[in-house]
Every structure is written in C-alpha cells, then in structure tokens.
Design a protein. Structure first.
Length: 164
C-alpha cells in the first residue's frame, strides 16, 4: 500500500503484557503494514515507577499527521489512559508518533520526536527495526545513533515476549 511511513513508540508499565498486545491489535485496525521491533524492558525514566515494556512500530498510513496523533490519543483513551496525568507517571499505554516520512515540523506535534536522540528505550528499538533509515534532522542512521549512544545512562534489555 502506498502512503506515509510512520514510526510509533509504544510503552506500558501497568499490566504491561496485556496493554502491549492490545496496542498492536489496535494499531493494526488503523494502520497498514505493521512491523514491530523486539519488546524491551526498561527502568522508568523521569520518575520512580515500575519498569516499562517498550517497542517501536513501523506502519503505513494515508492519514495526515494530525489525524495520526488523534488516532493514537484515541487508542490510549480506549485502553485506560488518562490525559490529564502529569508528564512522568505510570501508564497503561503510551503511544508517541516518532516520525512521519521525513517531515521536520513543530505543529501539530514536534517531528521527529526529540526523545529519539536521548531515550534508549526509543533509539535501540529503532536501530533494530529500521537500522539504515536516517533520522530526519541529523541525517544519521538509527544504527549509527545507537552505536554512539551512552548506554550507561539508561538500562534496558530485550525480553522474550509472547504475542499470543
């Protein structure tokens, strides 16, 4: 299918297995050509909380950036996410649009998402899923960015995740 290539980060630290599985089913209802990185477990970043499950999803869509963001918020709400929560807190589901083709924009959302460059739980799955794809702002491949990342800053590890 033709369309725009999007990369989405998925995270959960409340009933992680359930919400991680549910997120992929929900994303597949709205987007095409879904591909997933491995699932990683990571310490919570920015607050004291339970460890997260994280992964990155690649998909195709004909929707606009704004519509993709609305779909992601809708999926989060349908899975128990409250959007009045503070920025750093435990959550059932966190879906963030990381990139939309190679767009570099600041509205309706900042793309590419800034956390790509400083959160291991986003960068490592990106380097695994689309290693040669270039970051729209830096022009460097995700693999090269991951190779140079300070791996002592944040701890995460791939897990053996059962999708069924």
């Amino acid at each position: 299918m033709a369309g725009h290539c999007i990369l989405i980060s998925v995270g959960s630290n409340i009933d992680r297995e359930y919400y991680t599985r549910a997120s992929i089913k929900a994303l597949a209802k709205h987007f095409n050509s879904i591909r997933c990185s491995s699932v990683y477990e990571s310490e919570s970043v920015g607050f004291a909380g339970s460890p997260f499950y994280n992964l990155v999803v690649s998909a195709k869509t004909t929707l606009s950036v704004n519509d993709v963001c609305q779909v992601l918020k809708k999926i989060e709400r349908e899975h128990g996410r409250k959007h009045h929560e503070k920025k750093f807190c435990s959550r059932t589901l966190d879906l963030d649009l990381l990139t939309y083709d190679d767009k570099v924009i600041s509205t309706p959302v900042v793309l590419p998402r800034e956390e790509i460059l400083y959160n291991a739980f986003v960068l490592w799955p990106l380097a695994e899923l689309v290693p040669q794809r270039k970051h729209p702002s830096t022009g460097r491949s995700y693999q090269s960015l991951w190779d140079d990342f300070d791996k002592q800053k944040q701890h995460l590890w791939p897990i053996n995740f059962s999708w069924s």
